[in-house]
Design a protein around this ligand. Structure first.
Ligand code: URA
Length: 303
């Protein structure tokens, strides 16, 4: 072992715990490779662009240059001080852009999307959230954008990442049964997540990642304009209902999600299906919440 390597079993256990929490849960090769360092931009000598054909700058380029983007902050969510005796080649690469600039860019792109298709395209082209680079797919939405009901979860898991669709794994199957219990399915509901890219190892998205992705889900809700919103779990409720209360207190009580254009959408925070799989005794609470949702949809349909 080199001098910078962990050299006690406690160090090694701590380093492995760090890897696991960062989503590094599979060994592919004997020796670690720092892909961030490989991906770091190399200064390349480029021939000057011909003066007669200036490149068209994209909205991303324009905002980036307005904000004078420089590699000045560590990658979002990466805290080097928590890595015990990390070898130098594992130390953090720097993010290309500061988080606030990314959130500003996300706001600009989201508000400029006039349709869900445009929004999806802007999100697919957006490079400002690190989660995109570890995810296999953008998980935009499933279901019917014309539906009266929209449900928003937290972030895709492994199955969703592989298929590019929200709630297709175990918790998705439970969600389908919950919808069926109130006479709905994916033709009569629209489903999305606060975060559209799978966090590595299914870790909790960082506050920075949530702030960067928030404009996209807010615009998605605004464009769908459902009659009723259901927040599946605490992270969705906290992000979209502007509250820091816990989900067990929030659930079962109507709240309001207000869109950027000022439309007030009744919102029901409820328990996340993944939580219900771990805590089946609480399914009866979610059942009550879904009955509330059914009644609200019925009353809005007749009013
Ligand atoms: N959990 C979520 O919050 N969203 C999904 O799409 C899947 C699981």
């Amino acid at each position: 072992m080199t001098a910078a390597s962990p050299n006690t079993s406690a160090d090694i256990a701590e380093l492995l715990a760090f890897y696991a929490s960062a989503g590094v849960d599979e060994a592919l090769e004997e020796a670690p490779v720092n892909r961030f360092a490989e991906a770091a931009p190399k200064p390349a000598a480029r021939p000057p662009a011909p003066a007669s054909a200036p490149r068209q700058s994209s909205p991303q380029d324009r905002l980036a240059s307005e904000q004078r983007l420089t590699p000045e902050r560590p990658a979002a969510g990466f805290d080097a001080s928590r890595v015990p005796d990390a070898p130098a080649r594992l130390m953090p690469a720097t993010a290309a852009v500061p988080d606030e600039a990314q959130a500003a860019l996300a706001r600009q792109l989201a508000s400029s999307a006039a349709t869900l298709d445009e929004l999806r395209q802007h999100m697919a082209a957006f490079d400002g959230c690190n989660l995109k680079f570890t995810a296999k797919n953008l998980v935009f939405a499933d279901g019917n954008p014309e539906a009266d009901l929209m449900l928003v979860g937290e972030a895709p898991g492994r199955d969703e990442d592989l298929e590019g669709l929200p709630f297709v794994g175990r918790s998705g199957r439970l969600l389908d049964r919950m919808l069926a219990a109130i006479g709905l399915d994916r033709n009569s509901a629209y489903i999305a997540n606060v975060i559209p890219w799978r966090p590595p190892g299914n870790r909790t998205p960082t506050p920075h990642e949530t702030e960067i992705c928030r404009p996209f889900i807010e615009r998605q809700i605004e464009l769908v304009n459902p009659k009723v919103l259901v927040n599946l779990g605490g992270p969705s409720a906290k992000t979209l209902l502007n509250t820091s209360e816990g989900i067990l207190r929030l659930r079962g009580n109507w709240r309001v999600h207000t869109t950027a254009s000022g439309i007030a959408i009744p919102a029901m925070p409820t328990l996340h299906p993944a939580y219900l799989l771990r805590t089946p005794a609480h399914k009866k609470l979610a059942w009550r919440d879904f009955l509330e949702v059914k009644a609200k949809l019925g009353s809005l349909a007749t009013s």
